[in-house]
Write a protein that binds this ligand. Sequence first.
Ligand SMILES: Nc1nc2c(c(=O)[nH]1)N[C@H]1C(S)=C(S)[C@@H](COP(=O)(O)OP(=O)(O)OC[C@H]3O[C@@H](n4cnc5c(=O)[nH]c(N)nc54)[C@H](O)[C@@H]3O)O[C@H]1N2
Ligand SMILES: Nc1nc2c(c(=O)[nH]1)N[C@H]1C(S)=C(S)[C@@H](COP(=O)(O)OP(=O)(O)OC[C@H]3O[C@@H](n4cnc5c(=O)[nH]c(N)nc54)[C@H](O)[C@@H]3O)O[C@H]1N2
Ligand SMILES: [Mo]
Length: 753
Amino acid sequence: MFKQPPQDPGDSELKVREPAHHAAGVPAVLSALRHGVREMGPVRTARTLARLNQSHGFDCMGCAWPDPDKRHHAEFCENGAKAVAEEATRFRADRAFFAQWSVEEIAAQSDFWIGKRGRLTEPMYLAPGATHYEPITWDAAYGVIGDELAALGSPDEATFYTSGRTSNEAAFAYQAFVRAFGTNNLPDCSNMCHESSGVALNRTVGIGKGSVTLEDVERADLLLVIGQNPGTNHPRMLSALEAAKARGAKVVSINPLREAGLSRFDNPQKLKGLVGRGTRLADLHLSIRINGDMALFQAVNRRLLERDAVDHAFIERHCGGFEALRTHLLSGTPVDVSAATGLDDAEVEALTELIAGSERTIACWAMGLTQHRNSVATIQEIVNTMLLRGMIGKPGAGLCPVRGHSNVQGDRTMGIWERPTDAFLDRLQGALGFAPPRAHGLDVVESIKAMRDGRVKVFVAMGGNFLSAAPDTGATAEALRRCRLTVHVATKPNRSHVTHGAHALLLPTLGRTERDVRGGHEQRVSVEDSMSAVHGSRGRLAPASDQLRSEVAIVCELAERVLGDRVAVPWRAWADEYDLIRDAIARAIPGFEDFNTRLDAGFTLPSPPRDELRFTTASGRAELTVNEFEPVEVAEGRLLLQTLRSHDQYNTTIYGLNDRYRGIKAGRRVVLLNPADIDALGLQESAIVDLVGDGGRRAARFRVVPYDTPRGCAAAYYPETNALVPLDSVADGSGTPTSKSVVIRVEPAQHSA
Ligand SMILES: Nc1nc2c(c(=O)[nH]1)N[C@H]1C(S)=C(S)[C@@H](COP(=O)(O)OP(=O)(O)OC[C@H]3O[C@@H](n4cnc5c(=O)[nH]c(N)nc54)[C@H](O)[C@@H]3O)O[C@H]1N2
Ligand SMILES: Nc1nc2c(c(=O)[nH]1)N[C@H]1C(S)=C(S)[C@@H](COP(=O)(O)OP(=O)(O)OC[C@H]3O[C@@H](n4cnc5c(=O)[nH]c(N)nc54)[C@H](O)[C@@H]3O)O[C@H]1N2
Ligand SMILES: [Mo]
């Protein structure tokens, strides 16, 4: 009954329709079931989806939005279901697959095709000069890594990447291994994701995380959704917004695009949502120009000051920097707000009115804010708004960076960070008994440059798809190819696996849906969601192959092989009993006291601003900041391109080729443009064009689609457009690639298909 995995359709099958105004509802349920049955078959689909996000099941790896306490029978989310189907697939990329296909042949296929080959089943090795990956034993694989690491001139010549699905236990063990080996080179997907949020929040409120819980969302009277597409990327957030609206809360969306879920939402949880008209979520939509957010919030803050709609008592008690901010906004050089934002005075006023009139405001944001050159300053300006209104540390109000990967926040809490604080390292030393290195390590972009320049020779990845996720695909490929050894711990094959160093290893691991038996019994792991709630996760499915090992086991076995008894960490015991790792976490990381016991019920980590209105900045106060607005220069005839996700992908994993809400079918190489820009550039609807960045970077053959987006703003999917993102263009202060403001021009396609 299982057919072949799906193949790519030809270019000519791409279809464009009117964008949808509704999100979810019946089409969402059907789409999830179709993906489920295609990947898993009907029985497994039913059994697996029933376990998703239930209190004794596994944590959904779809996104980091928290789970409500009272679960629906199945907290249904189309894209969560697709994420699960993708992992629980019956297809296998086994030794026969790698014998049939050379590395070069695999690399010539699309990301969609590569991902659809299915799960890796055993360790595979690509020997120097070889054309095909071949099976290798676990022991021999660890030996290859151990020998290459031992041959390095310094531990800093290796870099250890982490994607954001890795559990707390695996992440803690991994960073302990890397630091015991002797380096802080721990880049992670966060460097490309919410790093700007972390930096801005650390500076202003003293902790790089959000300050709200799900209960706050339920109590808010105003929710700002800025630079985020929850209908696709955090679908369960729509249920929370819907509940807030039912109690009379207002929702504002600030986005160059009118994303479907925010205009109308048919809750698939409720019969009403399946048959009825759904809820109109956004009361106000501001079609902002790409990168206009800082100018917008500065204008709002100026208006709040002018009409004295600020919370003086709060500012006096808790904030620093008020006078400087007031002087800057009221007497500094005025910014041309309408040029920067594309919004008119009435729109800015409407937003100001809502903010001034709200007693409980929550600001939510995601990649639309974090991936620009001025991202840190932009987020700081939004923190200014919230502090001026006293919107931190009270119920129903606060800051809510909505995280991406399901455990990206937990991985950082566990110490996956190239710039650890001394306080963190001191505690780690106390808990594990060895002296970790103190010099800061390399982030993602710095790692790419170091590999390119030959300063880093070994690349190890705990999950993810470094090549396709990183900027400047061409430069990153060259960097990986210069390595002595590249190693990936992964569930499924991807493009990074076929863009390799002199030799390469693929180490297949258990996914979150799968039973993890070690030391004679089932182990559980833990994750932290976007609102700092920690809970357990236990896989229920039989593993895709009996050769798979858990990430925890792989890390600990590798550490034992590489480090011998250089440090006194009981790696072997950790590999067989994750409770022991949790005991070490409890000693090393504040907030995890009595971890094993408290994990049964789950718990929320402390947040000084949220819980006690305490700010752990240098001054002990929340900092209002002065931010200088500098627009991105876009020359005549150029466009500002944002690279974003379709409804049918998980980052670089392509579930399918449709973007239902935006009306795109059976293809991904589209560029969405304002109709007036299409005219002005002398293009035609449906023309095939190349997108060309600075320095001649080119992404070939995109279909022009007229779309409701401000003048001068283009949108196209990631990772097809990553070739255009310059390696040297990163956010000031956070180093995040500027994937949402890439300057491009559009040219007639050079090559035919
Ligand atoms: N199904 C699914 N779920 C996912 C993911 C996935 O790929 N698929 N990825 C996960 C990850 S790792 C992450 S980080 C999150 C990402 O979640 P999102 O941040 O929602 O993802 P993007 O598709 O990058 O969407 C960015 C949004 O910002 C808007 N935007 C772009 N530029 C600007 C700007 O300058 N200003 C404003 N105000 N808006 C702007 C875009 O129009 C778009 O709506 O989702 C997570 N969840
Ligand atoms: N142009 C552009 N680039 C971007 C972005 C953008 O918006 N625009 N977004 C950025 C963001 S927000 C992020 S978070 C990064 C994402 O960057 P990554 O996290 O590196 O990429 P993913 O596509 O999520 O990784 C998918 C791979 O992870 C592996 N995998 C899946 N599950 C598991 C597991 O349980 N364990 C292990 N070991 N491996 C597993 C599979 O092999 C799969 O192929 O991309 C960034 N890049
Ligand atoms: Mo992300």
